[in-house]
Design a binder for this molecule. Structure first.
Ligand code: CU
Length: 229
């Protein structure tokens, strides 16, 4: 009987501790940061005539330097919370499709990236970086996928030496990160509660940062305005 009581007390204690732990972890668990990036200038999209591999590349292409959508939203910017660890390690993918890098900006955690060639023609992956080793490899049409490593945080420029207009970026970012959509909005999920630094990067407009106070279980909004250079 006495032993039974002791076990009962122990179970109650353990259960209590588990509940306290769950509550505490829940309170620290994340909130969402909705990052809005605006640009108060004109879009910069260059049109270019193409005279190579036109059956796959078309006869005209666009180079998207500054893409401005509805409500002055800036697309293709990368928003991140570098202090928010434990972000998804889903494998990053960049595709070469229609002689363009798709998407224009890929966001990834340090690690591996799959480089696809869905064009059925020869491409070449040529990266420009300082923290990571530079990649310069042919990707013939039969090589549909190559896997490469980008293990250091960096914004890596990606080009193709076969098609001079091809330009993409791989944002290797620790913490929770996402690219802005055509309305200039990026959602950062599961950012730990408390003060967090939010960074925004754009390939031609540079970097900005702000501090936000993230509340668990709710959406914190923060707005940036990038200036023209
Ligand atoms: Cu190419």
């Amino acid at each position: 009987m006495r032993k039974g009581l002791t076990i009962g007390t122990a179970v109650a204690l353990v259960t209590g501790a588990a509940m306290w732990f769950a509550t505490t972890v829940g309170a620290q668990g994340g909130g969402t940061v909705e990052v809005e990036v605006k640009y108060n200038g004109a879009p910069q999209v260059e049109k270019l005539k193409v005279n190579k591999d036109t059956e796959k590349c078309g006869t005209e292409t666009t180079i998207e330097k500054v893409v401005v959508g509805g409500n002055k939203g800036l697309a293709n910017a990368v928003a991140s919370a570098p202090g928010a660890k434990g972000a998804s390690k889903a494998k990053a993918v960049i595709d070469q499709h229609g002689c363009k890098f798709v998407p224009h900006v890929v966001v990834m955690q340090p690690g591996e990236i799959e480089i696809k060639n869905s064009d059925d023609i020869l491409h070449n992956i040529h990266t420009y970086s300082t923290a990571n080793p530079s990649i310069n490899k042919a990707q013939p049409k039969f090589k549909k996928v190559m896997t490469e490593k980008l293990e250091k945080p960096e914004f890596v420029k990606v080009t193709c030496d076969v098609h001079s207009w091809m330009l993409g970026w791989v944002a290797v970012v620790p913490g929770v990160a996402a690219a802005t959509d055509t309305n200039g909005v990026a959602k950062l999920e599961n950012v730990p509660a408390g003060k967090q630094k939010i960074e925004v990067w754009h390939e031609t407009l540079g970097k900005q940062e702000k501090e936000v106070d993230v509340k668990a279980g709710s959406v914190t909004k923060v707005s940036f305005e990038m200036k023209g250079k």
